[in-house]
Design a protein around this ligand. Sequence first.
Ligand code: ZN
Length: 146
Amino acid sequence: MKRGARIREERARYSNMSGIAALGFLINGMDERKDDDGDTGSAFPRSDAEDMSKGARFVPGEVTLARRAGKKVNFVTICDPNCWYWEMPDGSRFYHYDPIVYRHIGLANGREEINDGNRTYFKDGPGHCPRCGNINTRGGVVKVKP
Ligand SMILES: [Zn+2]
């Protein structure tokens, strides 16, 4: 398939695709060094762009490096559109943080929500996600070993 046709097909498949995901597909499509899987050897692995098209706003560096090295990393979105993780080949997980995740987890655990006029938080913290085990309610990315 011609490069342009492939990009058009991907645009159709991911109609709500973010700009960064579109850019990722474009860079990946032009990358001559990658293998047939679209990940191995690529500056912008195709799987990273796919994760972004599903809502990820960034991909942890360790995930990108693993994919570039030809390893399979799963982007697991079984929980909530804003609560997800990457599963590494050794079973480690990377949980991302988003303010929406904090609230999603707190409400899922039935915690009491407090609004003190400046901010909204949970009296005893949000806890861990009861569905996917997400422990990251503070920020950045948290790695959990298997
Ligand atoms: Zn979750």
